[in-house]
Design a protein around this ligand. Structure first.
Ligand code: SF4
Length: 89
């Protein structure tokens, strides 16, 4: 996976600890930085694909990423089930 986007992140000049908060207030602070980051989308995809469990990535907390991953799994399962159905004559 290409990682050049990391050099463009708004977090590049912010202490990493900001993106690994201990509470909801900290998550909000990180989200505000991510909000207009030019590489928000690839950052989120990176965290989802690599199953990064900790921290705020792409403006999403761990809990939000788990929800997105669950939705994607369900959508993938539904697509798979629909594709495996025999075509009706
Ligand atoms: S979206 Fe947030 S964590 Fe990701 S690169 Fe941008 S500022 Fe950093």
């Amino acid at each position: 996976m290409e990682l050049e986007w990391m050099a463009e992140g708004k977090c590049r000049d912010v202490p990493p600890s900001v993106f690994f908060p201990n509470d909801g207030v900290g998550v909000e602070a990180a989200r505000r930085i991510c909000a207009d980051c030019p590489v928000k989308a690839p950052c989120l995809e990176y965290a989802l694909i690599n199953r990064v469990d900790h921290g705020v990535w792409g403006g999403c907390s761990e809990r939000e990423r788990r929800r997105i991953a669950r939705r994607r799994r369900l959508a993938g399962a539904e697509t798979e089930a629909a594709e495996s159905k025999p075509a009706s004559a």
